[in-house]
Design a protein around this ligand. Structure first.
Ligand SMILES: Cc1ncc(COP(=O)(O)O)c(C=O)c1O
Length: 424
């Protein structure tokens, strides 16, 4: 089965003349259309806001596009906070959803006026000692434990996850925070990842809304927002039914009207912290076939490796591959598509049926727009690739240059050996 690329062969032939492979390519048109549809789906909620999960695609040019649509940033680290600040997203337009948080990260989050989402009850004292006060607006991350199921399908296992507070801890935390001066409260939970079903958000909303009603009643706090976090998935495999954001938005609205409105909580704002859904399908990794190897299996060696896209190596994740210009050829060759790392799991595809691949063919690895480039690393001294934006007018713009050896050696710059390496 096929999956269409957002870039044509003719466009790509031009782009590779300017930018050598490998690189991640992003689709401006797709990003814009998707964020518009998301906003529309939640327009029934006046306070609705998407805080884009910066970790998914930490590129200021892409975040800037989302900013045009009123998106904020969900940050989880010091540098993500810096990035958000640099693109002009500050104050309550930042959700700081971190865990095991170092003091300096809380300090910067507070300085920027971010909403702090506490991962643990012990972080209340830690935060107070670190920044000298408890912010008036505060959020707590909830983990109900057990298994998260839709009908009989296990979506994920929150009971085994390191994030969030237990139910009794949530009550206790809200009481303590209220005593310490917090005035506006939020609840956050992320209970399942990459869900390709329209039921996840409404199910999660039910859990959180019921919890919110009970928390408000028991503790007397004012809950002003509920953050459904990330987790809406994308169809990585061809033929997989994609989520329909209108159905998801409407499903959340129905639960809102069923649970929150009758409890007098019709003023609660809904927040989301989507990453994968915002960018995943609108990015791809472009790579070139540079070697073929015929041993116990048939291998195609490409010029990208797991450094550029770690998901297949790390989780065995499926990413569809299109051999550009051969979309209509029969998929009658079975290949392992591999990178150059000294790791046998550095394979973008195993036993994948593809059209015959010839040296110099360009391969588009689909759906790398989220948790793709950003998970990159430097094993084997491999350098991270460029990022390029395919603009709405069809032109291509460099939005991050590729790393050079000087970038790789930069952290030795204070040593003599580093000075030598950097001179080269
Ligand atoms: C706290 C938090 N929020 C949001 C996200 C984004 O999740 P996704 O990309 O699945 O939407 C993540 C992903 O790890 C996360 O940890």
């Amino acid at each position: 089965m096929n999956k269409e690329t957002f870039v044509t062969k003719a466009q790509l032939d031009e782009i590779v003349k300017e930018f050598p492979t490998p690189f991640h390519l992003y689709d401006e048109k797709g990003i814009r259309e998707n964020v518009k549809a998301l906003k529309e789906a939640f327009s029934w909620n006046p306070g609705y806001k998407e805080y884009f999960a910066v970790k998914a695609t930490p590129n200021p040019f892409l975040i800037d596009i989302l900013k045009e649509y009123g998106c904020g940033c969900d940050c989880s680290s010091y540098t993500e906070l810096m990035l958000s600040d640099a693109v002009g997203i500050r104050g309550e337009d930042i959700m700081f959803s971190s865990n095991d948080t170092p003091a300096e990260e809380f300090i910067l989050a507070d300085k920027l006026g971010a909403i702090i989402n506490l991962d643990d009850i012990t972080h209340i004292d830690f935060l107070e000692q670190t920044i000298g006060h408890i912010p008036e607006v505060i959020s707590c991350r909830y983990n109900p434990g057990g298994l998260f199921k839709i009908s009989n399908d296990i979506m994920d296992n929150p009971g085994d996850s390191k994030y969030g507070m237990t139910t009794p801890q949530m009550y206790e935390a809200f009481k303590i925070l209220k005593e310490k001066g917090a005035k506006e409260f939020g609840i956050h939970a992320f209970l399942a990842s990459n869900t390709v079903t329209n039921e996840y958000y409404p199910m999660l909303a039910k859990v959180l809304f019921e919890q919110a009603v009970s928390l408000q009643k028991e503790t007397g706090v004012h809950i002003s927002f509920i953050n459904l976090s990330g987790g809406i998935g994308i169809p990585y495999r061809p033929g997989q039914e994609p989520n329909d954001i209108r159905i998801i938005g409407d499903g959340v609205r129905r639960v809102y009207e069923e649970v929150l409105v009758p409890a007098g909580m019709g003023d609660v704002a809904i927040y989301t912290e989507l990453g994968r859904y915002m960018m995943g399908p609108y990015g791809c990794l472009v790579t070139k076939a540079i070697h073929e190897k015929h041993t116990h299996k048939e291998y195609i060696g490409v010029d990208a490796c797991a450094v550029n896209l770690m998901r297949p190596a790390m989780y065995g994740a499926y990413h569809h591959i299109t051999v550009m210009g051969k979309e209509d050829w029969p998929c009658d060759h079975k290949y392992d598509v591999s990178g150059s790392l000294c790791e046998n799991n550095d394979k973008f595809a195993i036993d994948r049926m593809l059209p015959e691949v010839e040296m110099g063919d360009y391969l588009v690895i689909h759906d790398t727009g989220a948790h793709g480039f950003s998970m990159g690393y430097n094993y084997n001294g491999k350098l991270k690739s460029a990022e390029v934006l395919l603009k709405e007018d069809g032109s291509a713009q460099l939005i991050r240059r590729a790393e050079t050896p000087a970038d790789y050696f930069a952290t030795f710059d204070c040593f003599d050996i580093g000075k030598k390496l950097l001179e080269k």
